[in-house]
Structures are given as C-alpha cells and as structure tokens.
Design a protein around this ligand. Structure first.
Ligand code: NAP
Length: 249
C-alpha cells in the first residue's frame, strides 16, 4: 500500500469526546481532513458553533462522559464507530493538602471513568467488526510528578497516570479482538484549560523543555492521526509523548 494511503480514513467514523474545542477539536479536524466522518461530543452546546466552522459536516452531541446512559445514547446516534478519541478532560488546580475531596473525585471520574465508559461502549461494536482504534489523550503529568509551581493538580496527574494504565490494560485485553488502544501524552499546549496557567509558567516550562518552547496549535493532530489510522495497525498499548522532549530530560 502507498505510504500515504495508510493515513487515509475515508469510510471510517470517529467519535471524539471533548471534541468541541481545544486539543479534541484539533484531533477531530485532523481525522476529518484524512477523510473520516466525525462526531464531536461535549457537555455544552455553546462551544460547537466554532467547531462547526472548522468541520461543518461534524455530528455534534451534547453528553456528559460521567453519565453512562448519555454516552449510550450518543453512540446509538452515531452508529458503530471505527475510531474513538477520549479527549474529554478537566483539571482542578489547588494545593494537594487542601483540595476538596469532591474535586478530586470529579477529576478522576471525568478523566478516567469517562474514558473507560466510552471505550467499552465503542469496543462492543469494534469487537463485532474485529477492528478498532481507541486513542486516549493522557498527559506528561501522567508520566512524572510536577513541582507545585508548574502544576498544582495532583488529582489531574493521578487521573492521567490512571488513563495510561487503562490504555495498557485494555490494549492487552482487547488486542485479540483487533482493537488497538494507545495514548498521547501532550506537554503544554494553549487551550481553554491552560489559558490562565500558561502565562504564569511559560518560562519554567521552556527551561525544562529541550525544544525550548510550548506546544503550538496544530502540533498534536498528526500524532493522533498516526495512532487512529491503519499506519499504526501493529501498535497497541503505547504512550506517545508530544512534549518537545520534556519527558526525555
Ligand atoms: P479544553 O479546551 O478545556 O477542552 C476540554 C474538552 O472536554 C471540551 O470539549 C469540554 O467541553 C470537554 N469536556 C469536559 N468535561 C466533559 C464531560 N464531563 N463530558 C463530556 N465532555 C467534557 O482543554 P484541552 O486542553 O483541549 O484538553 C483536552 C484534553 O487534552 C484533556 O483530556 C486534557 O487533560 C488533555 N491535555 C491537555 C493539555 C494542554 O496543555 N492543553 C496537555 C496534556 C493533556 P464541555 O466543557 O462543554 O463539556
């Protein structure tokens, strides 16, 4: 097969949780450009207006990954998916000695349980087809600890470490069904999630990043496309850091 054909997603359907903005939308746009039919899922309708300017043909679904019934309804609306991207995520910045337990639970619930629930709904259809791709958007925060002055969000780090463990475990369990499960570990990228954080920590991040800068909009989509396309059909259970070399230090 022609090498570029291995990145072709014509005839495939992709559902992207957290696809209404930020990194999820960037990934969805990349999959759309590669030919996939794309469904975007998020809690708030209001963010879909901008997303639809980028991907006018996208299916938009208001749902909460914390709610299994709303996820079931979302997948029923889209039909069988070939690709699931779990990009829905939240964070909470507060000293680990003081953060309220409800915030800890909420972050873990959205970032881990939400991905778990969406993955198993998607996997039922993928198992029936004997093929599927699940991509979890983890973080460098799931690979190493962060000093408080860079990121004071211990539950977030725990959630992303858990998501990486989930990626590996489901890759082992579902490999025999032809379902590939991989993760991205992005470094720091400008999005709504980081808009207040980055101006404060940019110099610190730069100093700890071999490439000497933050990630830029558009620098994650190609790595996501690789892990969602036939180009990576012999790759499963892996974590690809897109972090300017931060985790190589
Ligand atoms: P963002 O702009 O805040 O996007 C988060 C997305 O998740 C939105 O679409 C949001 O829509 C959706 N979402 C949040 N909670 C949800 C829920 N319970 N159910 C359904 N959708 C939900 O942040 P982002 O930076 O693009 O983050 C995307 C992913 O990348 C996250 O998993 C984040 O942890 C990860 N990440 C980001 C960075 C970074 O530097 N930006 C680095 C590493 C990893 P609603 O609010 O409308 O639900």
């Amino acid at each position: 097969m022609n090498i570029l054909e291995q990145f072709n997603l014509h005839g495939k359907t992709a559902l992207v949780t957290g696809g209404s903005r930020g990194l999820g939308l960037e990934i969805a746009y990349g999959l759309h450009q590669a030919g996939a039919r794309v469904a975007l899922l998020a809690r708030r309708e209001s963010f879909f207006a901008e997303a639809l300017k980028l991907i006018p043909k996208a299916i938009t679904i208001v749902a909460d990954v914390q709610d299994e019934a709303s996820l079931e309804a979302a997948f029923a609306q889209v039909g069988p998916v070939d690709i699931l991207v779990n990009a829905a995520g939240i964070t909470w910045g507060q000293d680990a000695l003081e953060v309220p337990v409800e915030k800890v639970r909420q972050v873990l619930d959205v970032n881990i349980t939400g991905a778990f629930l969406a993955s198993r709904i998607a996997a039922r259809g993928m198992k029936a087809k004997g093929y599927g791709k699940i991509l979890n958007v983890a973080s460098v925060a799931g690979l190493a600890g962060s000093p408080s002055e860079i990121m004071d969000a211990a539950a977030y780090s725990a959630s992303k470490g858990g998501l990486i463990a989930l990626t590996r475990d489901l890759a082992v369990k579902w490999g025999p069904f032809g379902i590939r499960v991989n993760a991205l570990a992005p470094g720091f990228f400008p999005t709504r999630m980081t808009e207040k954080l980055l101006p404060r920590i940019e110099a610190l991040v730069q100093a700890r990043t071999p490439l000497g800068r933050l990630g830029q909009t558009g620098e994650l989509a190609a790595a996501a496309l690789y892990l969602c396309s036939p180009a990576s059909d012999y790759v499963t259970g892996q974590v690809l850091a897109v972090d300017g070399g931060m985790t190589a230090l």
